[in-house]
Design a protein around this ligand. Structure first.
Ligand code: FE2
Length: 410
């Protein structure tokens, strides 16, 4: 074999040696007797499948301040700023920022990314650019593209045609934003249309759903009902669902039963929603993050996303998924031992399930050798210290190495 990683530790705590050969994992045992052309001793460091960024907008990444800063900090001012910025989009502009962001992510252990591409823009430049990027980077990072109608499917004439054109061009998933449509009826209609398109074009579904503090925003039940009726639950994702945090408990209890039946996936974006939501509240001020802990306790698949890196909605963002997991631990009060471990799953295996990566993801003999090493001894340690990802292996090749900071007392 080409390479052996010795004395690593899996997220479940087991000690492990890992053999890599021809781009695949060829051995996975506590103590490998074989030798290899090259060996790296990890000294008990955490070895994990790569991080999965299940929700980001690469088309708007790295545009903060262009043409102006979001002073109110609201979702709606962000949409207005982006409407102005996207007038000057070019293929090269989007591609350069997307690839720079993917590099930022990959060097911090992310090798699977689902990005939304705004398709409510007349020339589909964002979508075409991200489809090109998906191909350009495919040898080292896997990108899925969601056709996302930022201004609503019914917000402007022609948006429906743009969505369909995006699917014909090869978008991986159908997106939506029912809570931003002009009326509740339009929102419900948009969800039905999204499911119809997903079936017609055989695509995944990922809907920005109820990303608002309005306790009357109830499109999640429409998504779940459509998933039950179509049988597309495992291929469907509800992103954000922040209104779920504001629903009364009687309704939330009833809804949870339907969600369990639907088996849809959820993505929470705690970094951005803790800053975007609650902006119209005085005090007490809502957190505006969906019921992550309760969905997880219900056995539903929840993953976490960064959502934005330096764009009109979120001027911060590091590309580091451990920042996202750490924020989830805090905001969702998931501080129990099993809960912290679950937050690590939400940026790894749960994200892989959301992206429907199937058998290609994970640490097992015969799978592609995609894995990361962290300067930590457990998922808890990694999240607590936002540990450095020291090695990133993509398809068996060392893609990036980073040295942890050295502290020297005099
Ligand atoms: Fe988003």
């Amino acid at each position: 074999m080409e390479l052996i990683l010795r004395d690593g530790r899996l997220p479940n705590g087991e000690s492990i040696d890992i053999g890599l050969d021809h781009g695949s994992i060829c051995a996975l045992e506590p103590h490998l007797a074989a030798s290899a052309a090259a060996e790296i001793t990890l000294g008990g460091k955490l070895v994990s499948p790569p991080f999965v960024e299940s929700h980001i907008h690469l088309d708007s990444a790295l545009t903060v301040g262009q043409p102006r800063w979001n002073q109110s900090g609201t979702l709606f001012e962000g949409i207005e700023i982006w409407r102005d910025r996207k007038q000057s989009l070019t293929l090269d502009d989007v591609k350069a920022r997307a690839i720079a962001t993917l590099k930022l992510q990959a060097q911090q252990g992310v090798l699977f990314v689902r990005s939304h591409a705004d398709v409510s823009e007349a020339n589909l430049i964002a979508l075409k650019a991200l489809l090109e990027v998906r191909d350009i980077v495919k040898d080292w990072i896997t990108v899925q593209v969601v056709a996302f109608p930022q201004d609503g499917l019914y917000g402007s004439p022609g948006n429906l045609e743009l969505m369909e054109e995006a699917l014909k061009l090869g978008a991986d998933a159908v997106g939506g934003i029912p809570h931003y449509e002009m009326t509740r009826e339009d929102g419900v209609e948009s969800v039905h249309h999204i499911f119809e398109l997903a079936q017609r074009y055989d695509r995944l579904i990922d809907i920005h759903c109820d990303e608002i503090d309005d306790d009357q925003s109830r499109f999640l039940e429409v998504v779940a009902a459509c998933a039950v009726r179509s049988g597309l639950g495992s291929r469907t994702t509800a992103s954000h669902t922040t209104a779920f945090a504001s629903y009364n408990n009687a309704y939330a209890f009833k809804l949870m039963g339907l969600l369990a039946r639907s088996q849809i996936n959820f993505i929470a974006n705690p970094l951005i929603n803790i800053t975007l939501q609650g902006r119209t509240d005085t005090y007490p001020k809502r957190r505006g993050v969906t019921r992550v802990k309760e969905l997880w306790q219900q056995g539903l698949n929840v993953s976490l996303g960064h959502d934005c890196v330096q764009d009109p909605w979120y001027s911060l963002g590091s590309g580091n998924m451990l920042d996202v997991a750490s924020m989830a631990v805090h905001v969702c009060q998931m501080t129990g031992q099993a809960e912290i471990a679950a937050c690590f799953d939400m940026i790894t295996t749960n994200g892989a399930k959301t992206l429907a990566l199937g058998e290609s993801y994970g640490l097992a003999v015969g799978k592609p050798a995609n894995l990361i090493v962290l300067d930590a001894d457990s998922p808890y340690d990694a999240i607590r210290r936002r540990a450095t990802v020291t090695h990133v292996f993509s398809h068996g090749k060392l893609l990036v190495q980073t040295k942890p900071p050295e502290v020297k007392w005099e």
